[in-house]
Design a protein around this ligand. Structure first.
Ligand code: ATP
Ligand code: ZN
Length: 286
């Protein structure tokens, strides 16, 4: 039994930097030689494999890699047999249909008989048949958004995040067919040893992810507001309260969900809190 897991990440592209950042935040160190496909870690039983993102689902299904980080869009398109272990919270995007800005849009039905360029023929094909639309799917591997401009297609189905690429190519987004983010996938039948390494990896990934969604908050509060502020900010178990040198005041420390941040800050201020400091948390284990 080989006592390491092989983790496939995108070699170079939109997923690469963030995938490696998570690995590094998990305390997994490795040395990378840019020309090599593999990088072994020297402090965790893991080896990184650098691959094209489209190949990651197949390789993980086949056991060439044990785990991988890939976009849900690619995973859904490839229909590989893998387990989705964790949503990673980055590379959020959507797969959308775009048509020329000058063309009016009333409903999906107007795509009947039209030609649509895409790198996602399976996802698009499923969406069209669910909506009873028969269109010609023209599969191209890159620069899909230029297809209508050069007369290759009437519409596109492509990855969108802000929509600026569509706009720059004279297109507008008319239908969203799939929402995606990066996920950690695993081969369905790992041996017990690899499964236990995967558990350790997931434990660290979750601690990093959790930390990212919370902030550590410190503030000075008048003693008679402590109870009110405690209710606004319950913290992990309960907040830490220590007296200030100044009579009648205390320092309160707690954690706050990033999403609730601005709303909570306003409430804390009106409850009398001052000198509020908000500090990032590196790891969080609850
Ligand atoms: P490769 O050469 O590895 O095949 P690629 O050109 O297919 O790369 P990228 O453009 O690097 O892929 O995108 C990789 C993944 O990142 C996509 O499959 C998608 O999940 C996500 N992604 C793509 N575009 C965006 C975007 N604009 N914003 C956020 N995430 C995106
Ligand atoms: Zn790709």
């Amino acid at each position: 039994m080989e006592n390491i897991i092989r983790l496939a990440v995108q070699k170079s592209g939109r997923l690469s930097e963030k995938s490696l950042a998570v690995i590094e935040e998990c305390g997994i160190k490795y040395s990378r030689n840019k020309v090599k496909l593999k990088a072994p870690s020297y402090n965790f039983p893991l080896e990184l494999l650098f691959l094209r993102d489209d190949d990651i689902p197949k390789y993980v299904a086949a056991g060439v890699a044990d785990v991988g980080i890939v976009g849900e869009n690619v995973l859904a398109e490839e229909e590989a047999e893998v387990r989705v272990m964790e949503k990673m919270g980055f590379s959020k995007c959507r797969l959308s249909i775009g048509i020329p800005q000058a063309v009016g849009y009333t409903s999906i039905q107007q795509l009947n008989g039209k030609k649509i360029a895409t790198s996602y023929p399976n996802l698009l094909g499923n969406f069209l048949s669910q909506n009873g639309v028969e269109a010609e799917i023209h599969e191209i591997s890159g620069s899909v958004e230029i297809a209508p401009g050069i007369g290759l297609a009437d519409a596109v189905c492509d990855i969108v995040s802000s929509g600026s690429t569509l706009l720059a190519n004279g297109l507008k987004e008319v239908e969203t067919i799939f929402r995606s983010e990066a996920v950690l996938i695993a081969n369905p039948s790992l041996n017990a040893e690899k499964e236990s390494i995967l558990d350790q990896l997931l434990f660290r990934v979750r601690a990093v992810k959790k930390a990212e969604s919370f902030k550590y908050v410190l503030m000075n509060v008048p003693n008679d507001s402590i109870e009110q502020i405690m209710n606004l900010m319950p913290g992990m178990r309960s907040p830490t309260v220590t007296p200030l040198a100044l009579e009648g005041w205390s320092s309160m420390h707690s954690v706050l969900k990033e999403d609730d941040f601005w709303e909570s800050i306003d409430k804390l201020k009106s409850a009398g809190a001052e000198g509020i400091l908000v500090i990032p948390i590196e790891k969080m284990i609850v």
